[in-house]
Design a protein around this ligand. Structure first.
Ligand code: NAD
Ligand code: MG
Length: 392
C-alpha cells in the first residue's frame, strides 16, 4: 500500500488532496503516515480519523491539547510545533504533499527530500527561497519533486517525452487577479476583503491576495527558473483572464504546446498523485464552444511591479529569493493587519531588497538551510521595521 503524508492538510490544497485520496479508495487504498495543520484542529482530527493516519501534527503548541482531545480514543499519535513537523517528514512514506503556505513549508519539504521521498510540491515559496538547496538535496538522495502549482504542472506535462534542449521558452499565464480591471487610482485604497476574492480560482487567502498583486506570478516565474533550470529571459508571463490555458511550452520549431483545463487544482494534484500514470479525475470537462473566446494580453508593468522585482531577484541570485519571499510574506501580514495599503506591499519588498543587497551582497552568500532561514528572518524584521519607522 502506498504510504502518503500531507503537510498543510487543512488548507485549500490539502483539502483537495484529501478529497482525491478519499475518492481513490481512502484508507483501503493508502496508508496515511502524517497529516499536519494549524489551528483548525477539528478538521485535522476529522481527516486523520477518516484516513486512519499514524500521526496528526499541529504547527502550534497552543493547539496541542485540543488536538489530543479531538483524537481521544482513536489511537492516532499527536504532536505539535515546527520540530514535530520535521520529525513527521522523516517518517517513512512514499509520497508527500508539501502544501503548507509560506516559507514554513521549507524545513518539512527539505526533510522529506533528505529521506528520498517523492515530494508533490505546492509550496512554491520553498523553491523561491532555497531552490538550489532543495534540488540538490533531491539529487543527493534520489528523491523526486513533482510540481503541483497549476502552471508548473502544465509545463511538466508539456515536457513529457520532449528534449529539454528543444525548448525555446515557457509561457506562464496569469489571471490578473481581483483587480485586473480596476483603475490604478482605486488600487491604493483596495481592502483586504476585496483582494481576497479571486475571479477564477478558489484558494487560500494569502495566495489569493498574492494573485491580486501579481506577487504569486512573481514567485512562479522564479519557481519555473529553479525547477526547469530555465534562464529568466526564456520565461514569459501573459495575462489570460479566463485561466483556461495554464501554461505553454514553446519549442525551437515555433510550436507551442498549451495545457488547458478548468481552473480546479485537483487536476494538478491528481496528476502528481497518479504520476507517471493518468487516472480519471473528478474535474469538470471543458466546453470550449461555450467559453467562446480566450483572451491574452501583456502584463502592465505599472500595475504589477512584482514582476519587475522577480526579474531583479533572478538577476541577483543567491539569497535574494529568500529575502524577496520573506519580505513579501511580511508585507502581506502588514496589509492583512491593516497597517499598510495594497500598493505599499511592493514598496516594502523593493526597499527590503535594496537595503539588504546594498548591505550584504545577497547574491554572493553560500546557501545552507541555516543561512536561508537567517536571511528570511532578517528580511521579515526589516519589513516590519520599515513600517514601524514609517519609512515606506
Ligand atoms: P491555505 O492557507 O489554504 O493552507 C495552508 C496550510 O498550511 C494549512 O493547513 C495551514 O494550517 C498550514 N500552515 C499555515 N501556516 C503554517 C505554519 N507556520 N507552519 C505549518 N503549517 C502552517 O493555503 P493554500 O492555498 O492551500 O496554499 C498552500 C500552498 O500551495 C502555498 O504555498 C500556495 O502558494 C500553494 N498553491 C496553492 C494553490 C491553491 O489553489 N490554493 C495553487 C497553487 C499553489
Ligand atoms: Mg499557480
Amino acid at each position: 500500500m502506498r504510504r502518503i503524508s500531507i503537510f498543510g492538510a487543512t488548507g485549500s490544497i490539502g483539502q483537495s488532496t484529501f478529497d482525491l485520496l478519499m475518492r481513490q479508495g481512502g484508507p483501503e487504498a493508502f496508508h496515511t503516515v502524517a497529516l499536519t495543520g494549524g489551528r483548525n484542529v477539528t478538521r485535522l482530527a476529522e481527516m486523520a480519523r477518516a484516513l486512519h493516519a499514524e500521526i496528526a501534527v499541529t504547527a502550534y503548541d497552543e493547539c496541542y491539547a485540543d488536538l489530543v482531545a479531538a483524537l481521544a480514543g482513536s489511537g492516532i499519535a499527536v504532536a505539535s510545533g515546527a520540530e514535530a513537523l520535521v520529525e513527521a517528514a522523516h517518517r517513512p512514506a512514499d509520497w508527500v504533499m508539501s502544501a503548507i503556505v509560506g516559507a514554513a513549508g521549507l524545513a518539512p519539504g527539505f526533510a522529506a527530500l533528505s529521506q528520498g521521498r517523492t515530494l508533490a510540491l505546492a509550496n512554491k515559496e520553498s523553491l523561491v527561497t532555497a531552490g538550489p538547496l532543495l534540488l540538490g538535496e533531491a539529487r543527493a538522495h534520489g528523491a523526486t519533486i513533482l510540481p503541483v502549482d497549476s502552471e508548473h504542472s502544465a509545463i511538466f506535462q508539456g515536457l513529457v517525452g520532449e528534449d529539454i534542449a528543444a525548448v525555446e521558452r515557457i509561457i506562464i499565464t496569469a489571471s490578473g487577479g481581483a483587480f485586473r480591471d480596476w483603475p490604478m487610482d482605486k488600487l491604493a485604497s483596495a481592502t483586504v476583503a476585496q483582494a481576497s476574492s479571486h475571479p477564477n480560482w478558489d484558494m487560500g487567502q494569502r495566495i489569493t491576495i498574492d494573485s491580486a498583486s501579481m506577487f504569486n506570478k512573481a514567485l512562479e516565474v522564479i519557481e519555473a527558473k529553479e525547477f526547469f533550470a530555465m534562464s529568466p529571459d526564456r520565461i514569459e508571463v501573459v495575462v489570460h483572464p479566463q485561466s483556461i490555458v495554464h501554461a505553454l511550452v514553446g519549442f525551437n520549431d515555433g510550436g507551442l504546446m498549451a495545457h488547458m483545463g478548468v481552473p480546479d487544482m485537483r487536476h494538478a494534484i491528481g496528476y502528481a498523485l497518479n504520476w507517471p500514470a493518468r487516472r480519471e479525475l473528478p474535474v469538470e470537462r471543458l466546453d470550449l464552444a461555450k467559453i467562446g473566446q480566450l483572451e491574452f494580453r501583456a502584463p502592465d508593468p505599472v500595475r504589477y511591479p512584482a514582476l519587475r522585482l522577480a526579474r531583479e531577484v533572478m538577476e541577483i541570485g543567491g539569497m535574494a529569493g529568500a529575502a524577496f519571499n520573506a519580505a513579501k510574506e511580511a508585507a502581506l501580514d502588514l496589509f492583512i493587519a491593516g497597517r499598510i495599503g495594497f500598493l505599499d506591499m511592493s514598496r516594502v519588498v523593493e526597499q527590503v531588497l535594496d537595503e539588504m543587497s546594498a548591505r550584504q551582497g545577497l547574491g554572493n552568500a553560500a546557501m545552507s538551510l541555516d543561512n536561508v532561514l537567517h536571511t528570511d528572518g532578517e528580511a521579515r524584521r526589516l519589513a516590519f521595521a520599515l513600517c514601524d519607522q514609517k519609512r515606506i
